[in-house]
Design a protein around this ligand. Structure first.
Ligand code: PLP
Ligand code: COI
Length: 340
């Protein structure tokens, strides 16, 4: 394999050596298969193609200074996938099988794990699709779960720097009683138009308010919102956002630092009182927010007056990364160490 430019990787697809697959048929999961194909043979009436019966996940593995590989919170991802399965009438994959496949796919692609010094990581993408043929709207009888990996750099160009977001009021990614809290592809299809508007206007990403009242902050594109006000860590409580594993981890780290965590509806206007704000997620890690522009109402909320990441989010970012790379002790049992 030719040496990759690890330090300049962006967040995008790259072919690696192997992916893993397991099929669900006749009411049970089969054997794990190793594949070097980038393709999935599919029935033309598969439910994932017609009715969006699919779910995905995203997690990362990190190569430490000690050479060991650490996977971050894979059991939490397995459990979130199970919750998406319940909501979409798909069979739940046992946590044990999920974790076994995560560990094996990393091992099979170990030369793609970026070195410690690069600051890059290995992104792991689990995917579950309805493969059984149905034309009536009903759940499939057959499914495929697969996992592939790729080395990634920062989600936003420029790494840990502050980005501006565009609040696009005319579009919602999910409905109040809809699928926003699950990781289904349809939510991302629903975000593409608003995302494109934001991108064309030069913003890092689109920003969503709650769909019902258009009053409270929901999400920052494909990431949760965090606001910092004095020693308070404030994050939206909403039925239509993804329960971010990164956000939960950061809440714990904030508490460990003596901060107060407030998980509650966050009115948009409260941005005027925030000292710092950021987007958080597996891909985004913490991506500080410089400004949120309400592009349809022509109003701007400037959070970082100097356009730079603030001290609290910088500290939380460094603390989270230190746990993930093994530079700080894993006091909450979040990390699985692989000796590969
Ligand atoms: N919100 C959305 C819509 C996402 O797609 C993601 C990414 O997974 C997140 C939030 C962050 O979640 P996590 O921290 O579990 O990656
Ligand atoms: C993640 O953070 O893992 C995501 O899923 C974000 C995006 C790439 C969909």
């Amino acid at each position: 394999m030719k040496e990759l430019d690890w330090a300049n990787l962006s967040f995008g697809y790259m072919k690696t050596n192997w992916n893993l697959r397991i099929s669900f048929k006749d009411g049970k999961w089969g054997e794990i298969e190793e594949s070097n194909s980038e393709y999935v043979p599919m029935h033309i009436a598969a439910t994932c193609l017609h009715y969006g019966q699919e779910a995905f996940e995203g997690l990362k593995a990190f190569r430490g200074k000690d050479g060991k590989v650490r996977v971050f919170r894979m059991e939490a991802n397995a459990e979130r996938l199970q919750s998406t399965c319940r909501a979409t009438m798909m069979p739940e994959l046992p946590t044990e099988t999920f974790c076994k496949m995560v560990k094996r796919v990393i091992e099979l692609n170990k030369e793609f794990i970026p070195p410690y010094e690069s600051g890059a990581s290995l992104y792991i993408r689990p995917l579950l699709i309805g493969t059984g043929a149905e034309v009536g709207v009903k759940p499939a009888q057959e499914y495929m779960f697969l996992i592939f990996v790729m080395p990634v750099g920062p989600y936003f160009k420029g790494g840990f720097s502050a980005n501006a977001y565009a609040l696009v009021r005319s579009y919602d990614r999910s409905a109040p009683l809809g699928m926003g809290k699950y990781k289904v592809g349809g939510n991302y299809a629903a975000s593409l138009y608003a995302h494109n508007i934001a991108h064309e206007k030069g913003y890092g990403s689109e920003f969503y308010l709650d769909a019902k009242e258009k009053k409270y902050i929901d999400e920052c594109g494909a990431a949760n919102f965090i606001g910092i006000k004095g020693d308070k860590y404030i994050t939206p409580k909403s039925e239509s956002i993804l329960p971010s594993i990164t956000n939960k981890s950061l809440q714990q780290i904030a508490k460990d630092n003596g901060m107060t965590v407030e998980c509650r509806p966050v009115p948009l206007e409260e941005l005027n009182e925030m000292d710092e704000a950021g987007a958080c997620g597996t891909a985004a890690v913490i991506s500080p927010i410089s400004r949120i522009d309400d592009i349809e109402l022509g109003k701007s909320y400037v959070v970082a007056k100097d356009g730079k990441p603030g001290p609290v989010l910088t500290k939380l970012y460094n603390q989270l990364r230190a746990i993930q790379y093994g530079d700080a002790p894993d006091t909450h049992g979040w990390v699985t160490v692989l000796d590969i």
